[in-house]
Write a protein that binds this ligand. Structure first.
Ligand code: M6R
Length: 620
């Protein structure tokens, strides 16, 4: 959730910290701070503030000494405990140390009471400060940072990634984590740590994920890690395949727009390694022919946009392979004592970041129940990827904007391929039919998405009435209803327009009472088998005064004799009518993303960093 950075080396730390925080700002951006080691009487200088990096940069002008240190830690926050203000910003500095934290300490009330009794008055409302003082007291006892960190860990419930500098060891950074990522890298000029890879790429492309139950010790000349018993722990590095340029805006005004535009390439990159001889091919034991034949049902478990991709997966797998699929919101799944079938079910966990706390907890729940688990994840080496029995990576490249776009498309594409593989093994589709679908998925779909991107100006021109409204309804049937859930989420999270996605046939059972003169409705209609039904719903809302924007295909617009006014025509998928899979979903999803983007732009919203949100939700 929050972003952590640390640097110790030959160079001045502050530029590295600020640049790292700039890269990590998408993880949280309501307050920000740094601690820099200066040595001398007052060895640690902490500067922190409510607001974003520019506020910190301003404040640092009044602390010129901060520029001198060669070791430091920094933090960009997404508030959980206490308002986003100066006192709650990290780092938190105590008698002996300065500490930054990502995660949630669940027993902070108990710790606070204990600290109060010991005469310590905390300055902030955060759980972090309680952990910092706990560590401080244990360090005062032993003067051994590693021992104090492990003893602190024994007392903490919840999740954390900590980076700490002790006042009497100002040239060393100590780090430890549980259920919250921390990555370390050694560069030519020093060593660094961060909560996400993009912040480390300026130091090195060889990054190592810190294991749990381990303390990492970063010095100017190297990093080493130890376990509870004091034994060295190896930190194998992974070469990051993408570079800093890919993690930067590359001339775009917003990451979101860049990532929408990257979809054709992301689709090709994700699909091509999974195709052999024109058929879906996954080199995973869980997807070999014998294992697939034993699968009686599947479950898609995820949050937010990834859960919406699960809805598309359900639709495709049930339609093509005739296997029942349940879609579960991860935060609900883990607490409702679900009925699981370890012998016959496959649980699929979808996540862009692979660090979403609810998804990770649901995965652990399924594994503990003995159900085979498959992760579909974008971030290589992330917690969900490592803990699932098997992993299929979506190769979308780094997704920085809070609003997920390309990750959704590639999740839908991999799930389509999975549905085709299941359909083939189960004898529900012939090889020839599967080949035709795979061909279209790999060639026609990226081309149609490219053509949709070229319609950006046309989409922007449709936006003014939407940008002026405060409520909007998305309606559709079949897979269009699934896509509407994502279109609606995209719009609301970045434009702050309240919107609801409704299966068009369900409107008349209550919600239609909200339709009045001028109510904006977006009707998505790409499924020919249900278009007549959707058209009926469009007529019903129009009759009650709704202002309807219809997003459909040229073929359906012709067949239904729709007038051109207030209609957005999606690029065609050649031979779509002959294919059993509804591939219009891909250009439709892209059009809805562009619509949300242009609406937020017209409303002057913070597109990449919408209020109250963060990219990776590593807290429950
Ligand atoms: O990293 P994940 O895919 O697990 O994240 C899940 C959701 O938090 C995420 O999709 C969220 O809904 C996005 N902000 C939507 O754009």
């Amino acid at each position: 959730m929050c972003g952590i950075i640390g640097y110790v080396g030959e160079e001045h730390a502050l530029p590295h910290l600020l640049e790292g925080l700039r890269t990590l700002e998408y993880r949280g951006y309501d307050s920000v701070g740094v601690t820099v080691s200066l040595g001398g009487e007052e060895p640690l200088l902490t500067v922190k503030t409510k607001g974003k990096l520019r506020e910190l940069t301003e404040k640092l002008k009044t602390h010129p000494a901060a520029a001198d240190g060669r070791c430091g830690i920094g933090h960009t926050r997404w508030a959980t405990h206490g308002a986003p203000d100066d006192k709650n910003a990290h780092p938190h500095t105590t008698r002996h140390l300065s500490l930054v934290h990502n995660g949630i300490i669940e027993n902070d009330a108990e710790l606070r009471a204990e600290l109060r009794e010991a005469g310590i008055s905390l300055l902030s409302d955060t759980d972090t400060e309680a952990a910092a003082w706990l560590l401080d007291r244990l360090y005062a006892d032993s003067r051994d940072p590693v021992d104090a960190l492990f003893r602190t860990a024994e007392r903490l419930r919840g999740s954390y990634a900590f980076a700490v500098i002790f006042k009497d060891r100002p040239e060393v950074i100590y780090a430890m984590r549980r259920d919250s990522p921390l990555i370390v890298a050694r560069g030519a000029q020093g060593c660094a740590l961060a909560s996400d890879v993009p912040a480390l790429l300026r130091h090195s492309r060889a990054c190592a994920r810190l294991p749990e139950d381990t303390v990492a010790i970063l010095r100017r000349d190297g990093i080493h890690a130890v376990n509870r018993r004091g034994f060295a722990v190896s930190l194998p590095t992974e070469e990051v395949a993408w570079d800093t340029e890919q993690a930067q805006k590359g001339g775009y005004a917003h990451f979101m727009r860049k990532e929408i535009d990257e979809q054709p390439d992301a689709l090709r990159r994700t699909l091509s390694p999974r195709i052999r001889d024109g058929l879906p091919h996954f080199s995973l034991p869980s997807l070999d022919t014998d294992r697939i034949r034993r699968v009686r049902s599947l479950r898609m478990i995820a949050c937010g946009t990834a859960m919406h991709a699960g809805l598309v997966g359900k639709r495709l797998i049930e339609q093509l392979a005739r296997l029942p699929v349940q879609v579960e919101i991860a935060s609900e799944f883990r607490y409702r004592d679900p009925l699981l079938d370890p012998a016959g079910e496959l649980c699929v966990f979808l996540s862009q970041s692979g660090e979403t706390a609810d998804t990770l907890a649901a995965l652990r729940h399924a594994r503990a129940a003995g159900v085979p688990t498959l992760a579909i994840v974008n971030v290589v080496g992330s917690s969900v990827a490592r803990e699932a029995d098997e992993v299929l990576y979506t190769l979308a490249g780094p997704e920085i904007a809070v609003a997920s776009t390309k990750a959704y498309s590639v999740q839908c594409a991999l799930l389509t391929l999975l549905a085709l593989r299941l359909a083939l093994v189960n004898g529900r589709m012939t090889e020839e039919a599967v080949r035709a679908c795979v061909r279209s998925l790999c060639e026609d779909v990226p081309a149609a998405v490219t053509a949709t991107l070229a319609m950006s100006d046309r989409i922007a021109a449709l936006v003014p009435p939407l940008a002026a409204c405060e409520h909007l309804y998305f309606i559709g049937r079949g897979i269009d209803a699934d896509l509407c859930t994502e279109g609606s989420l995209k719009l609301k999270e970045i434009s702050y327009i309240h919107s609801e996605a409704y299966p068009a046939g369900e409107l008349k059972h209550g919600t239609i009472s909200l339709i009045e003169e001028g109510t904006p409705v977006l009707a998505l209609m790409t499924d020919p088998s249900l278009s007549a039904k959707t058209l009926t719903a469009i007529r019903e809302v129009r009759a009650r005064g709704a202002h309807v924007l219809t997003v459909t295909t040229a073929a359906l617009a012709d067949a239904l004799s729709l007038s051109a006014e207030n209609v957005l025509l999606l690029p065609a998928i050649p031979s779509a009518a002959a294919l059993p899979a509804p591939f219009a979903l891909f250009p439709a999803a892209c059009a809805l993303q562009l619509l949300a983007y242009h609406t937020a732009l017209a409303r002057g919203c913070h597109i990449d960093q919408p209020r109250n949100l963060a990219k990776s939700v590593t807290v429950e």
